[in-house]
Design a binder for this molecule. Structure first.
Ligand code: 13P
Length: 250
C-alpha cells in the first residue's frame, strides 16, 4: 500500500531557533498514517537529523551538486547530504530552475547522483503563468518530466511534485480539475516510461499555496498522493493540520 507524503520545503528560511518547530512536529506525530519529510536549509540539516532521529519525521535537503566531490566551491554533494543525515533531496524546484538556470539535463544528473548516494529525490515540475496562458502546459510537463527523470528513477527512490510556478507563494491554486488533469497526465507519462506498476506506486505531490484551509480539498483529487508545502511548513502549527488532512485520506 502506497504511503502518502507530506513534504515541507523551508527554502531559505530557518536558523537554530527554528529547530523547535521540528521538535514540535516530532512530538505531534509519533506514529503518523502518512510519511512526513521536512527539508530545512543545508545549515540545519545535521542538527535537524539528530532531532528527528528515531522519529517518523524524515529530513531532506533542497538541492545537491551532480558530482560526488570535487573543486566546486560552495556546493554540496549528495553523499555529503546523506552523511549529514538527509534521506531525501528536492531537485529541480522552479526557484532553482529560474534563479540558477538549472536545465532538465542537469536536474537528471543531480537525481542520478542522489540515487547513487541512497537519497530519495523529490523532482519538481510546473508551468509558468505565461506558459499556461499560451496553452503550453501539457507540453512543458511532458518535456520536463522525460528530460529531468534519470534512468535510475524508480517508485521507491523518486517522488514527483507538480508545482505550477504561478501558484507558489501567491495564494493562488489551480482548480481541482486543473490539478487532476496534470496529475493524470504525469501518471500516464510515467506508465509509458516505467511501466504501469511502477507508475502507480510512484508518489505524485501537488505544491503551490497549500494551506491548512485548502489541504483536504486538494488531497481528495485523483492522483494526488500528498503535498510539497512551502510557507505553511515553517510552523508546526500550520504543517500539522495539513499532515492530519493527508492522514484522513490515507
Ligand atoms: P508555497 O507553499 O509557499 O506556495 O511554496 C510551494 C513550494 O514552492 C514548495 O516547494
Amino acid at each position: 500500500m502506497k504511503r502518502k507524503l507530506a513534504a515541507g520545503n523551508w527554502k531559505m528560511h530557518g536558523t537554530n531557533a527554528s529547530l523547535t518547530e521540528i521538535a514540535a512536529l516530532v512530538t505531534a506525530h509519533p506514529a503518523p498514517g502518512a510519511d512526513i519529510l521536512l527539508c530545512p536549509p543545508a545549515t540545519l540539516l545535521a542538527r535537524a537529523a539528530v532531532l528527528a532521529a528515531d522519529s517518523a519525521v524524515m529530513i531532506g535537503a533542497q538541492d545537491c551538486h551532480a558530482a560526488a566531490s570535487g573543486a566546486h566551491t560552495g556546493d554540496i554533494s549528495a553523499p555529503m547530504l546523506a552523511d549529514a543525515g538527509a534521506t531525501a533531496v528536492i531537485l529541480g524546484h522552479s526557484e532553482r530552475r529560474e534563479n540558477h538556470s538549472e536545465t532538465n539535463e542537469l536536474i537528471s544528473e543531480k537525481a542520478h547522483s542522489a540515487h547513487a548516494a541512497g537519497l530519495t529525490t523529490v523532482i519538481c515540475l510546473g508551468e509558468t503563468l505565461a506558459q499556461r496562458e499560451a496553452a503550453q502546459t501539457l507540453e512543458i510537463i511532458a518535456t520536463d518530466l522525460h528530460a529531468s527523470l534519470p534512468d535510475s528513477a524508480t517508485a521507491a527512490n523518486t517522488v514527483l511534485a507538480y508545482e505550477p510556478v504561478w501558484a507558489i507563494g501567491t495564494g493562488l491554486t489551480p482548480t481541482e480539475a486543473q490539478i487532476a488533469e496534470i496529475h493524470g497526465l504525469i501518471r500516464s507519462l510515467l506508465s509509458e516510461r516505467l511501466g504501469e506498476t511502477e507508475a502507480a506506486a510512484l508518489r505524485l505531490l501537488y505544491g503551490g499555496s497549500v494551506k491548512p484551509g485548502n489541504a483536504a480539498g486538494i488531497f481528495g483529487i485523483a492522483n494526488v498522493d500528498g503535498a510539497l508545502v512551502g510557507g505553511a511548513s515553517l510552523k508546526a502549527a500550520d504543517f500539522s493540520p495539513i499532515i492530519n488532512a493527508l492522514e484522513a485520506t490515507a
